[in-house]
Design a binder for this molecule. Sequence first.
Ligand code: NI
Length: 182
Amino acid sequence: MEIQTTYQKTILFAAFKHSEKNQTIPGTNLPYVVHLSNVAIEIMTAYQYAADFELDFALKLALLHDTLEDTSATFDEIATVFGVDVAHGVSALTKNEALPKSERMLDSLNRIKKLPREVWAVKLADRITNLQEPPNHWDAQKKEQYKQEAIQILQFLKGGNNYLEERLNGKIIDYQNYIDAN
Ligand code: NI
């Protein structure tokens, strides 16, 4: 399938699932699909700089990465429509809510690390797009925590994708600058 067709089919599925819940980007009125499209463009760009990178697989993961966590989509549904490898990737990118909050990130990173590098790349891309100027209502501790989590992702997934690692590193520096400016 041509990559444009993959993109269009997958973003429609994801947009439908997230809009069922009227999900928006936290702190804004923007539809959640904007976040998914931001992750997808990071992946499209990173693909140009990576060897042995399956764009079709990575793009599906980018667009679907929050469907299990946030929508009515199920593992079996994703496996049926997009294949079992995509379902496994999305599953690893999904936090296990049965665990205490403080353990969820490390648990997800451990599961991601056992899967192909495309899954790592989507985790890096997700955090790159999420590391924007922090909301004003966040206190210093929350901002610092979010930064530390980004550092944890970067260190844990070292060797996954050079281009995205450098981009995430730059975003962490920008984020520290936002913190310092306030
Ligand atoms: Ni996300």
